[in-house]
Design a protein around this ligand. Structure first.
Ligand SMILES: Cc1cc2nc3c(=O)[nH]c(=O)nc-3n(C[C@H](O)[C@H](O)[C@H](O)COP(=O)(O)O)c2cc1C
Length: 225
């Protein structure tokens, strides 16, 4: 190879190497621009994986606009919707993750019509398309009494999930009233270790409540009472 040819060969090798470096650098930049960071992408995976459904209503809107609904239209509530509400209920936190809740789904109007005979504030219940009785299982609870907060968390999830799907409901309580508890225990044939917390009648609302600002700074105590 003479001197001239050697120079041409060297220049060709330099151009080739420069092109390779540019291609590698460019493609890594493009990758970085399109690929989220590991933390962000794993967060996305955690948030989305396995979730049964989503709603267009964000959680703060659901919290602030939920109101008790006691009048329901004739529009049926599907079994799939009830299953989704129960999935939301069972996603709630519970003491030691014991999930000490149990749920009884009632569609039979004849059953719902009997509830006001032993519950003075449940006249709205027979008008519901479907109702969920939230109970606690004292054989599963982390410590005596834990079935109450466990079931309460599940109840709030039902109410908020229902609201986010355009449904209405109201916590209609059995606990802590002995007469109401005895009435529902007899009606549904509940065993002794199953404690009825409330019934949540559900349906598509005929009327909707409006937002109430209940924020009260006097309720807030800093550091100590
Ligand atoms: C522990 C508890 C017990 C309740 N019991 C009844 C009830 O027996 N009957 C009823 O109609 N509403 C009942 N409610 C619904 C409340 O009356 C209602 O949540 C309250 O007036 C606030 O209105 P809002 O839910 O529209 O914000 C109960 C709510 C809670 C949290």
């Amino acid at each position: 190879m003479n001197h001239k040819k050697r120079n041409v060969f060297r220049r060709t090798v330099k151009v080739f190497c420069f092109t390779c470096v540019c291609l590698l650098f460019g493609s890594s930049l493009a990758f970085a621009a399109t690929e989220p960071s590991t933390a962000a992408s794993s967060k996305g995976t955690i948030v989305k994986a396995g979730i049964p459904a989503t709603s267009d209503m964000d959680v703060l809107t659901a919290i602030f606009t939920r109101r008790s609904v006691r009048k329901y239209s004739d529009k049926p509530v599907s079994d799939a919707t009830i299953k989704l509400l129960l999935q939301a209920a069972m996603a709630a936190p519970s003491a030691k993750n014991t999930q000490s809740w149990e749920f009884i789904v009632i569609r039979d109007k004849k059953t719902l019509e009997q509830i006001p005979s032993f519950h003075p504030f449940s006249k709205h219940v027979p008008g519901a398309q479907v109702a969920i009785v939230v109970c606690g299982n004292t054989k599963l609870e982390a410590a005596p009494g834990h079935w109450i907060p466990d079931g309460s968390n599940a109840s709030m999830n039902i109410l908020l999930a229902a609201h986010s799907l355009g449904l209405g409901g109201v916590w209609t309580t059995f606990y802590p009233y002995a007469d109401r508890t005895a009435g529902i225990r007899k009606l549904l044939n509940l065993p002794d270790h199953i404690m009825p917390l409330n019934i949540i009648p559900l349906g598509y609302p005929v009327e909707k409540g409006t937002y109430q600002d209940r924020f009260n700074p006097a309720k807030i105590h800093n550091e100590t009472w």
